[in-house]
Design a protein around this ligand. Structure first.
Ligand code: PMP
Length: 447
């Protein structure tokens, strides 16, 4: 058993715990020790037996002994590890010129035009950053400037970034990571426990109550921000009419609705390019990152013009690396591949195979309480008892590590860390899904 509790691990699900590590190879042990000595105590590795990666291609990772792993987890390389078109675009651009946004360059304009056409609604500008944290940080600065308010409403287990401000509204970092006094939380839309019918109104009521509290204390509401797939809350994809009543109360209070698409954007959900579009709403700001450059650091905040007008007048924005020529080349190539290879369609089809497969396993294995998700973002929630729905974190970690032993990589998420998180590159094929399901069945049978 682990001697570290969840809070001590900085509350990361599926974190390697050196104090309880047994049976590591000599080589892994040496690398883990060297890593801790050099990188310090704040980093976490995945799995009870950490994986060393040496190279990758498509949905496969290889360690330095040449062992192959099936990657059912990494969303950053959404068009597949080392996709030749992205690699070529980056290399070619790096050979040609790489500079920042204070020069006129056509590539950034072409990409911005294409990207902006995907949002619909009121979004007409895009500002580039290097990370999702920076995108959310910028979004909130703009929201505060525009509204003159400070308050932010988030979901209970949200994660929005690692900067001073975004960590201040990322409760999933654990109880030792302070939240801002201007932050209020609402429960996530737990579709396994809260009736789907009227859930949007149920959520809007929670948001309204928190708006009232922020107003009473003089903070007011700057923004409501949510990950459109509620990744760190446990992955909730339904109902799809969730956000309409929420955006209404947010706007009524003078606040902005920020859709954090860092996880759910760029086709992950299969149905739409952007997660919020599944809910049929028009946010004021959309933030994105992770899969945007298929591994190259590029992220952005896309914004409705009236919201950023006064910010642009009163201050200025520059980000040395954000939106540089190579970052844009990576982003353009990634978007081209998502379209040309019809990866949303693939995410839809293969995601359904995986969800159906786990639903089938649930007929035999009582530990599976709920299978949910959209496209290639799938949550499999494990419970001790289907009646009480009591979370079963131990089984979730046992399955994650059991699959890792079979060289299939997934993770776990949610407040209780009891939901399997399956989020492969969008190029995951039917036969990859078969391999995942076959190995999952074997692990469940041995629990
Ligand atoms: N928002 C969400 C929903 C995220 O999942 C993350 C990263 N896990 C971020 C923001 C922050 O992105 P980054 O790590 O690129 O700063």
């Amino acid at each position: 058993m682990s001697t570290m509790n969840t809070a001590q691990r900085g509350k990361m699900v599926n974190a390697f715990d050196p104090s309880s590590a047994t049976g590591l190879s000599k080589q892994t042990k040496a690398l883990v020790q060297r890593r801790a000595a050099l990188l310090g105590p704040a980093y976490r590795l995945f799995y009870s037996d950490p994986v060393e990666v040496k190279r990758a291609k498509g949905v496969l990772l290889y360690d330095s002994d040449g062992n192959e792993y099936l990657d059912a987890y990494n969303n950053v390389v959404s068009v597949g590890h080392c996709h030749p078109r992205v690699v070529e675009a980056i290399s070619e651009q790096l050979r040609t010129v790489c500079t920042h946004t204070r020069y006129i360059q056509q590539g950034i304009l072409d990409y911005a035009e294409e990207l902006l056409a995907t949002f619909g609604g009121k979004i007409e500008h895009v500002m580039f950053t290097c990370t999702g944290s920076e995108a959310n940080d910028l979004a909130l600065r703009i929201a505060k400037h525009h509204t003159g308010n400070k308050g932010i409403i988030i979901t209970d287990e949200a994660y929005h970034g690692n900067s001073e401000m975004t960590a201040g509204f990322s409760p999933s970092l654990g109880t030792h990571s302070p939240l801002g006094t201007w932050v209020r939380r609402v429960p996530a839309p737990d579709s396994y426990r809260v009736p789907l019918e009227n859930m949007g109104h149920w959520m809007a009521d929670q948001v309204s109550a928190q708006i009232g509290d922020l107003q009473r204390r003089g903070e007011g509401l700057a923004a409501f921000i949510a990950d459109s797939m509620f990744s760190s809350d446990g992955i909730f994809a339904h109902p799809k009419d969730l956000f309409a009543p929420v955006i209404e109360v947010v706007h009524k209070a003078g606040g902005l609705f920020i859709a954090d698409e860092v996880q759910s954007g760029f086709g992950r959900t299969g149905e739409k390019l952007w997660g919020y579009q599944r809910h049929g709403i028009a946010p004021d700001i959309v933030t994105m990152g992770k899969p945007m450059g298929n591994g190259f650091p590029v992220a952005a905040a896309a914004i409705s013009p009236h919201v950023v007008q006064d910010f642009g007048r009163d201050t200025r924005y520059f980000n040395t690396f954000g939106g540089n020529t190579v970052a844009i080349a990576a982003a353009q190539a990634t978007l081209n591949v998502i379209r040309d290879e019809k990866l949303m369609e693939n995410a839809n089809a293969v995601g359904k195979i995986i969800r159906d497969g786990f639903a089938d396993l649930a007929k035999t294995y009582e530990v599976i309480g709920d299978v949910r998700g959209s496209g290639l973002y799938i949550g499999v929630e494990l419970v001790k008892d289907r009646q009480t729905k009591e979370p079963n974190s131990a089984s979730a970690l046992a399955i994650v590590n059991g699959l890792r032993a079979k060289r299939v990589l997934i993770s776990a998420t949610g407040a209780a860390a009891n939901t399997l998180k399956i989020r492969p590159p969008l190029v995951f094929s039917e036969s990859n899904a078969d391999r995942l399901l076959t190995e999952a069945k074997a692990v469940l049978a041995n629990l």
